[in-house]
Design a protein around this ligand. Structure first.
Ligand code: TRP
Length: 330
């Protein structure tokens, strides 16, 4: 890319609306990263195919995620925002890298084991080679850093291993990507089950697009404990601690400050305050989203521009790879 800012690649699957957990754990950080890095933000729709979906639903979810990226404040003129399927080099490189990834190492992937247990009726090869497509996403752009949560760490490790392996055989071809550790992103737990990460499919998940009333209700119903005092103690008070984490991540205040603020408060008042900061945080995003989602032409024009910029970059790496391995160029 033109300037010497480092390159970040990040992607999210268009499957269901992102949750408050996705927002505080990842998306909010993307917004911050774009100031210091050259960023590629992709709607990784090909990855979403590993689970069977209604075509209409996939299309809708992809458009919706694109709108959400923009609504969050990701700037399409400064960054490259695109649909993965619009840049054919992802799948082309993926095939090639499949030939440099070992069945043994893919077999060890925790996510593959979990997903194949969960979708035992559809253990397709895409599910198995998912990390190779992800490696292609990353390596195509000579990415310096990838912001990854705990659940994607193994996948980034494989991307690095493949890059190193390829470079060892053919000489420097790929930048070996590092993980990006952001400003401590909050790990948001479920409101009903604060021992587990908030998941898109949980019925207590707060979606980024939930109505203020719905958000407040979900927070009010959140599981707490019988101690009736607000303070931070994740092992004995996981519900309250989770809400303190949320409050702290949104307001930017430290956990200590937040605990002090609610020292004398009852759970009812505390929950109301948590609900309110969530609602206020999401309100501008929702407003922007609602404007954008009805403007399909605009979203498509952004996606088109993003795909063209991405293709230009991707082509350079892909071409280099083809030359190195001996594919004929005409
Ligand atoms: N696998 C990631 C997830 O489920 C999404 C993803 C695909 C990704 N390609 C990527 C993330 C490249 C970072 C970089 O969350």
């Amino acid at each position: 890319m033109e300037n010497n800012k480092k390159i970040i690649f990040s992607g999210m699957q268009p499957s269901g609306t992102p949750t408050l957990g996705n927002y505080l754990g990842a998306l909010k950080n993307w917004n911050i990263m774009q100031k210091d890095y050259r960023c590629l933000f992709s709607v990784v729709d090909l990855h979403a195919l590993t689970v069977r979906r209604e075509p209409k639903e996939l299309r809708q979810a992809s458009l919706s995620l694109m709108a959400l990226y923009i609504a969050l404040g990701l700037d399409p003129s400064e960054n490259i925002i695109f649909y993965q399927s619009q840049v054919p080099q992802h799948t082309q490189l993926s095939w090639i890298l499949n030939c440099y990834a070992y069945v043994g190492e893919l077999n060890r992937m925790t996510q593959y084991k979990e997903k194949s247990a969960k979708h035992s009726e559809n253990i397709n090869s895409g599910l198995f080679t998912y990390p190779v497509l992800m490696a292609s996403d990353i390596l195509l752009y000579q990415t310096d850093c990838v912001p990854v949560g705990e659940d994607q760490r193994q996948h980034l490790e494989i991307a690095r291993d493949i890059a190193i392996r390829f470079n060892n055989i053919y000489g420097e071809t790929f930048k070996v990507p590092e993980s990006y550790i952001g400003k401590a992103g909050a790990r948001v737990m479920g409101l009903q089950d604060p021992e587990k990460k908030m998941s898109k499919s949980g019925d207590d998940a707060i979606s980024i697009l939930d109505d203020p009333k719905v958000i407040m209700n979900k927070v009010k119903r959140a599981v707490t404990d019988s101690d009736a005092r607000v303070y931070y103690d994740p092992s004995n008070k996981p519900g309250i601690s989770n809400m303190l984490n949320i409050y702290s991540a949104i307001t930017g205040k430290s956990i200590e400050e937040c605990s002090e603020e609610f020292a004398g408060a009852g759970y009812g008042d505390f929950k109301k305050a948590v609900g309110e900061v969530i609602i206020n945080e999401l309100e501008p995003v929702q407003k922007k989203y609602n404007e954008l989602i009805s403007n399909k032409d605009y979203l498509n024009s952004i996606a088109k521009e993003g795909a063209e910029k991405a293709q230009n970059l991707a082509f350079r790496t892909y071409n280099k790879v083809c030359k190195k391995i001996g594919l004929i160029q005409i």
